[in-house]
Design a binder for this molecule. Structure first.
Ligand SMILES: Cc1cc2nc3c(=O)[nH]c(=O)nc-3n(C[C@H](O)[C@H](O)[C@H](O)COP(=O)(O)OP(=O)(O)OC[C@H]3O[C@@H](n4cnc5c(N)ncnc54)[C@H](O)[C@@H]3O)c2cc1C
Length: 452
């Protein structure tokens, strides 16, 4: 096609040519002035007033939220809230096991901290002796990255691979679409819908307003336990280091002659699939990752620190061309709420190599420096509230295990388990606590997971 595309051509390319006809016939369109690139805009409604909007009101100095009916956006078997490593794997597992699944994510992309947090190094897929314990759908994601140009490096035995965040986002969309998972992005889960102590769905906020999604089983893969906490499940509220990861560029343009033998600047990070680009992990102080004022303070102070640190780096002879490429769009919150589950992952069990009859996954360690540790199904199930399962960094684990449980491959593993268990619960019409774990184990094994 020669010359600039008009709107119809553009929609044709996007496979939406029918839409072009439909929109053209029903809406009055205007050619905008001010930009010459052929954009078009239509008035969808004039003098519109938002209907059914019961505003909060100020009553005697208190803000009161009135009762109002919410639109039901969707009804599904399994609702997964949070599209990080755990949530994406959970959604694919449940859908492949025969359930209808809806996945909801507050940001515009999938991958959670792995992509939005720029946590690019995948630790924890192996155990002592080099055995790879993270298999199944998590490993399938890694295998797909292998096949893409520039998506992953260091995929060899005994080494921890590093990924490109954009490649991960791409692969996750591909796999979610292939599986047939219905997805809503830009949708923030704000409240569990609970009747008689059982979760019936979740209320979401988005640009479309406050809407509800009803579900037979909800998987909380928000990392922060937003859903199970709002449903009234018991949890432990923890603080942890909150950092901000960033990437720096032009490391392939260091002038080695100029740099000479003087020490290299500190904190220039580790390599990534993009030549000359490093990712830099930032530990940050131990704070409460649920407190909005603290989160704001962390974002601001980390940004100031990172900028001035890079300026100092650039003053080092030979490093003048190094630059700050990007800070992660998502703050590095490691741990906040942790479920109080029917079972709890513990360090003693790791040390003892305890085998659980309800094992649904095997966890790995940072550099293969521990033996395998089994994850019991009960660590995903709340002690009190029904119809909800936890997956990822917020499952039931004692504090000494938190830094292992939250590693990306271990989140794949618990996400996989939660997805399979949710599908079984739906098929058998049972509460998660009553699920036939043998059936869950069978599905997990069929889907390639390793259970020890
Ligand atoms: C700074 C830092 C460095 C790390 N380094 C490493 C490392 O080197 N190697 C490693 O393996 N691991 C590392 N980790 C840990 C790892 O990145 C995370 O623990 C892992 O990504 C957790 O996966 P998850 O799916 O449980 O949660 P997350 O990755 O946090 O994903 C949760 C998802 O839920 C969404 N969400 C949250 N709340 C809501 C809501 N209310 N409604 C809708 N969506 C919601 C989020 O946007 C996000 O997409 C690091 C973590 C941090 C913070």
């Amino acid at each position: 096609m020669n010359g600039p595309m008009n709107r119809r051509d553009c929609l044709k390319v996007l496979g939406l040519s029918g839409l072009a006809t439909g929109l053209g016939s029903s809406r009055s369109q205007a050619q905008n002035v001010g930009e010459s690139s052929g954009f078009q805009s239509s008035v969808l409604a004039s003098h519109k007033v938002q209907s059914g909007w019961a505003n909060a009101t100020l009553v005697n100095g208190k803000v009161i939220q009135p009762q109002r009916e919410l639109t039901i956006l969707d009804s599904t078997d399994v609702l997964v809230v949070g599209g990080g490593p755990a949530g994406v794997v959970a959604a694919i597992a449940a859908q492949r096991a025969g359930a209808n699944v809806t996945l909801v994510e507050r940001y515009g992309h999938l991958g959670g901290l792995w992509t939005g947090g720029l946590v690019l190094l995948v630790l924890g897929h192996i155990v002592q002796g080099g055995k790879q314990v993270c298999q199944g759908i998590g490993e399938e994601i890694m295998g797909r990255l292998d096949k893409l140009d520039g998506a992953i490096i260091d995929r060899r035995s005994g080494v921890n691979p590093t990924v490109d965040a954009e490649a991960v986002k791409y692969v996750m969309v591909e796999m979610i679409e292939e599986a047939g998972v219905k997805t809503f992005l830009h949708c923030w889960g704000v409240d569990a819908i609970v009747n008689d102590n059982a979760v019936q769905g979740v209320v979401f906020e988005s640009k479309s307003g406050r809407q509800a999604i009803l579900a037979k089983i909800v998987i909380d893969a928000t990392g922060d336990g937003d859903v199970f906490a709002s449903a009234g499940a018991e949890f432990e509220h923890r603080s942890h280091n909150v950092g901000l990861v960033y990437r720096i560029g032009n490391l392939d343009r260091i002038d080695k002659d100029k740099a000479g033998d003087s020490p290299a600047p500190k904190r220039i990070g580790a390599h990534t699939p993009v030549p000359g680009v490093n990712w830099v992990n930032l530990r940050g102080p131990e704070v409460d990752g649920l407190d909005v004022a603290t989160l704001t303070r962390m974002e601001m102070s980390h940004r100031k620190y990172i900028w001035s640190h890079i300026q100092k780096t650039r003053q080092t002879p030979g490093y003048e061309q190094v630059y700050l490429m990007e800070t992660a769009p998502q703050l590095g919150v490691r741990i906040t709420r942790v479920l109080q589950g029917l079972s709890t992952v513990s360090l003693d069990d790791l040390k003892a190599g305890t085998k659980f009859p309800d094992v649904v996954g095997v966890g790995g360690s940072e550099s293969g420096n521990h033996g395998p540790w089994q994850i019991p199904y009960g660590a995903l199930v709340p002690t009190k509230v029904e119809n909800v399962l936890a997956a990822g960094r917020c499952i039931s684990a004692e504090i000494r295990m938190a830094d292992l449980v939250r590693l990306i491959p271990n989140c794949f593993v618990t996400g996989h388990a939660a997805g399979a268990a949710a599908a079984v619960a739906v098929q058998d019409g049972r509460r998660p606590r009553d699920v036939d774990v043998a059936k869950v184990q069978k599905i997990l094994t069929e889907q390639g997971a390793y259970l020890g």
